[in-house]
Design a protein around this ligand. Structure first.
Ligand SMILES: *[C@@H]1O[C@H](CO)[C@@H](O)[C@H](O)[C@H]1NC(C)=O
Length: 328
């Protein structure tokens, strides 16, 4: 009994002594893909009948790939003949649809946020929104993008979020500044480096209508390399807001998952000293695009390099104070 208390106390003291530090459990073990195919920027959601669906960036044949599983942890099967977003909206050219994020609304219907390539400028993406009664889709897009800051480079990588205590709904996304960059890694390795801020936009309960102006949560610093992107917000039971994001260039082993913590949804967000997941952890290469799971708290899905391209992986995360702990 006394030894047990001592161990717990030691653990808490160690955690307290290292604010912002990361603890990776079982890091000597490797993680295997939960779906063995190119399935980048994944998000997963539970349907009302208990089935789970996963969504990913286009594979060239489908705008939004879909897989299904009987449980959050799988096993996952690709739905070969399904495109969750057959029509990407009049404002898009229907090409290069990226980073879909699906969330269930309070009325039981579903909303899909995505990055659509502009009909009037194929060098730019903006954030679109589409809705469906069923999790699997097909999602019906709105005629206009939800966020389209073209002078700053457009917008990509949306993720929905509901703030538990207030019940307010939001979407976080990345201003795609590097689409205006001067070349180099991810088109932003050459001076002057362009900002790639992560913004928070409040939404109405329908998950579609924007309320007021977006607020900036974080921007890249030199240690991030060319960019920060793929923001995702989650609130812990302890009341901390954890902003997951990726930095580095996705096509290099420098790509990694980072996080920052705040005690108010608007910030300020304090960046962790160390990444959440980086190349080498669990045998992964270039992990990125981490997304929280609303009906499986403590689970994140993300992608990392694999033989087929970028496969979907899953891990468990726990937050202790200001520390985020990752395990298999
Ligand atoms: C191009 O399309 C976007 C998205 O619909 C729109 O915001 C923008 O004003 C358009 N630009 C021009 C020059 O029409």
């Amino acid at each position: 009994m006394h030894i047990f208390v001592l161990i717990v106390l030691t653990f808490i003291l160690v955690v307290d002594a290292l604010p912002g530090k990361l603890f990776v459990f079982d890091n000597e073990k490797t993680l295997s893909p939960s779906l063995d195919r190119d399935f980048p920027d994944p998000s997963i959601v539970k349907d009302s009948d208990g089935k789970w669906y996963a969504f990913a960036t286009t594979d060239g044949r489908r705008n939004v790939q879909v897989a299904t599983a009987p449980a959050a942890r799988g096993p996952w099967t690709l739905l070969e003949n399904v495109d969750a977003l057959p029509d990407t909206g009049r404002w898009t050219d229907g090409q290069n649809t990226w980073a879909p994020d699906v969330r269930r609304l309070a009325d039981g219907s579903f909303v899909l946020y995505y990055s659509g390539q502009l009909a009037n400028d194929s060098a730019r993406h903006c954030v679109g929104v589409a809705t469906s009664a069923a999790a699997v889709g097909p999602y019906r897009p709105r005629d206009r993008p939800l966020a389209c800051p073209l002078a700053a480079g457009g917008a990509i990588d949306p993720a929905g979020f509901v703030d538990g205590p207030s019940g307010r709904r939001y979407v976080v996304y990345k201003v795609d500044g590097n689409s205006l960059g001067r070349g180099g890694a991810c088109n932003n390795g050459v001076q002057p480096i362009v900002p790639t801020p992560l913004l928070l936009q409040e939404l109405a309960a329908d998950g579609v209508a924007a309320l007021g102006d977006p607020v900036q949560l974080l921007d890249r610093v030199d240690a991030d390399g060319p960019l920060v992107e793929a923001p995702n917000l989650v609130r812990t039971a302890g009341g901390a807001y954890v902003l997951l994001f990726s930095s580095g260039c996705w096509s290099t082993p420098d790509y990694k998952i980072n996080y920052a913590i705040a005690w108010d949804v608007m910030g300020p967000y304090a960046r962790s000293d160390v990444p959440l997941l980086q190349t080498g952890d669990f045998g992964l290469t270039a992990p990125g695009g981490a997304t929280s799971v609303d009906d499986a708290a403590g689970t994140v899905v993300f992608h990392a390099d694999c033989e087929q391209g970028r496969c979907m992986f899953q891990a468990r995360v726990a937050v202790v104070g200001e520390n985020v702990i990752v395990s298999r």
